[in-house]
Design a protein around this ligand. Structure first.
Ligand SMILES: Nc1nc2c(ncn2[C@@H]2O[C@H](COP(=O)(O)OP(=O)(O)OP(=O)(O)O)[C@@H](O)[C@H]2O)c(=O)[nH]1
Ligand SMILES: [Mg+2]
Length: 268
């Protein structure tokens, strides 16, 4: 299960498309999940992806599912988790999850993946600095896409510099692969990097350990969602507004209120 994340327009879909083609050539079945947490209403990118993916529609070896945000708390990550679980169970050899950006929702989504590929592009300037907190931790492999553009070397230097500051505690140094997804170059190298990380994960049971960690997080999320749903149901419509007004008007303190509400859910 490979998660690919990066800024809007970084070339994620193009790269996913190329990867899918390559894996199909190796006769492996592919599942693609495209998640768009940022644009709940337009769905433009997803439509574009659908059109781009038309090539594959006749191929039963490829399953494609696009999802826009559900807007509800935890909804997207959870739905994605469910879809990927189904794909996993269906025995797809490779599952590619495309998601935009590096916000919390997306980090949740990539946490589902066995391998996380972070896609950067040249010309982002200081962006690498701003997003480093999120991405340095989640990237197993870095891709510098649009390497046909000026500045790819600079991005590479910046990643290396950040890597030298913080080594991962599992000892893996995420490789940096330069690609031009629109022309298909570097994709072979990316597949090789994925395979290398895969075999690294197989050693010393690392894959299982990672999976256990993922499930630990996911169980907590599922639990949180379920409890929250219960609390919402308990609260009923309109009551939240009334309670919020009371807190805003300093008639109640929020800490005691939340304790009370939580206790009610517990006792049900
Ligand atoms: N010059 C250049 N253009 C590229 C490359 N890869 C993709 N593109 C173009 O960049 C644009 C965006 O590509 P997408 O694959 O849609 O990017 P994305 O990250 O999926 O975009 P969103 O899903 O909207 O966030 C398209 O016009 C691609 O043709 C590349 O390596 N070099
Ligand atoms: Mg896309």
């Amino acid at each position: 299960m490979i998660g690919l994340t990066g800024a809007p327009g970084a070339g994620k879909s193009t790269l996913v498309d190329q990867l899918a083609k390559l894996y199909r050539k190796q006769d492996r079945s592919v599942g693609i999940v495209a998640v768009d947490p940022t644009s709940p209403y337009t769905g433009g990118a997803i439509l574009g992806d659908r059109i781009r993916m038309q090539d594959h529609f006749a191929d039963p070896g490829i399953y494609i599912r696009s999802m826009a945000t559900r807007g509800s708390l935890g909804g997207l990550a959870r739905t994605t988790a469910d879809v990927t679980s189904v794909l996993d169970a269906s025995g797809r050899d490779v599952i590619l999850i495309e998601t935009v950006g590096v916000g919390q929702d997306e980090i949740d989504i990539v946490r589902l993946a066995d391998i996380t590929v972070v896609i950067l592009v040249p010309g982002m300037g200081d962006d690498v600095q701003t997003i480093k907190a999120g991405i340095m931790e989640i990237a197993d492999i870095f891709v510098i896409n649009k390497s046909d553009r000026e500045g790819a070397e600079r991005v590479e230097r910046e990643i290396r510099a950040l890597q030298s500051l913080a080594t991962r505690n599992d000892g893996w140094t995420p490789p940096i692969v330069k690609t031009v997804a629109s022309e298909g170059s570097g994709v072979q190298e990316l597949v090789a990097a994925v395979a290398e990380y895969e075999s690294y994960l197989q050693k010393e049971n690392r894959a299982l350990k990672k999976n256990v960690e993922n499930w630990q997080e996911r169980l907590i999320e599922m639990l949180r969602d379920t409890m929250l749903e219960k609390a919402r149901a308990q609260l009923g419509d309109g009551n939240l507004t009334r309670l919020a007004a009371e807190v805003a008007e300093h008639k109640r303190d929020p800490y005691t209120l939340v304790e009370e509400l939580a206790a009610k859910v517990k006792n049900r």
